[in-house]
Design a protein around this ligand. Structure first.
Ligand code: MN
Ligand code: MN
Length: 280
């Protein structure tokens, strides 16, 4: 089954959706490998018309390329994500990855060569290695910082080791925690972020556990006191116009199907918000 309204031919498409069904390094509860198909199923629940943005997805050129073949190892899977993403980017298409676990972002973001990477996550993901694996989902942001760009912004954060928090301070990583958003409002945080990035390009990664587990319980590593879906949507609406790639990762549909539904909805919001900008 394809993502709803992703019925354009590959050659015509402005957006290419692809699935990456891999959860091999997941540390607590696994199961995100089945998320790409669950997100696609849930995408059929929604109307094509987006009344907030006045965009109808049927007017857009969206292609669903299906799933990449996950390898047994993270290294194999990362190289397949990289070659798929490279294919789309070199043809001027915006890649949208349905994970899978967060480590897959490392390959997708690298191929998009963004000036900034913005990560929505409960967790810092700044470990140098986890259980002996440097490309664990617990090390995503660290690898992005070392291998892709030093321009990193993390939003929704509320969990990390003391070492990870020290790394944030020492390396001046822009970090907006979930309590800050709750206290000051998402608009004020987004205004600060816009001061950093100007109109430079962004890769936006949504680790769905950034959202409070009351709203999104279908995740491998739930962390209370998170963001609201509405604030998350506001971030996506604001940033989508300058995004060169997007992903939604870490959904475990077997634990809660509504989390996959939320992932599908926010993916549709991303597509519509990016398009809205192109029109104006
Ligand atoms: Mn993460
Ligand atoms: Mn996380």
């Amino acid at each position: 089954m394809l993502f709803a309204d992703a019925d354009s031919a590959y050659n015509d498409a402005d957006y290419v959706i692809f699935g990456a069904p891999f959860d091999g390094t997941s540390s607590f509860r696994s199961g995100s490998a089945s998320a790409p198909q669950a997100i696609r199923n849930e995408s059929y629940n929604f109307e094509t018309y987006n009344p907030n943005l006045d965009v109808d997805l049927t007017e857009l050129k969206i292609h669903d390329a299906g799933d990449i073949e996950a390898g047994e190892k993270i290294s194999t899977t990362l190289s397949r994500v990289a070659s798929a993403t490279r294919n789309y980017v070199t043809r001027n298409k915006t890649p949208i990855m349905l994970g899978g676990e967060h480590s897959l972002t490392i390959a997708a973001a690298r191929e998009c060569t963004p000036e900034w990477i913005i990560i929505l996550d409960a967790h810092l993901d700044l470990r140098d290695e986890y259980e002996g694996e440097k490309y664990s989902h617990a090390c995503t942001t660290r690898r992005l910082y070392e291998e892709v760009t030093k321009n990193i912004i993390e939003i929704g954060i509320r969990s990390g080791t003391r070492e990870e928090y020290t790394f944030v301070k020492r390396n001046k990583i822009h970090c907006y925690n979930a309590d800050q958003i709750f206290k000051n409002g998402i608009k004020s945080v987004l205004n600060k972020i816009k001061e950093h990035i100007g109109d430079e390009t962004i890769y936006l990664s949504l680790d769905i556990d950034a959202i409070d587990p009351c709203y999104a319980p279908g995740v491998g590593t739930p962390e209370p006191f998170g963001m609201t879906p509405r604030d998350t949507r506001e971030i996506i609406w604001t940033l989508a116009p300058t995004c060169v790639g997007f992903d939604v990762v870490e959904i475990v549909p077997d634990l809660d199907i509504n989390t996959a539904s939320l992932g599908a909805k926010l993916t549709r919001e991303f597509i519509a918000a990016k398009r809205k900008h192109q029109q104006t």
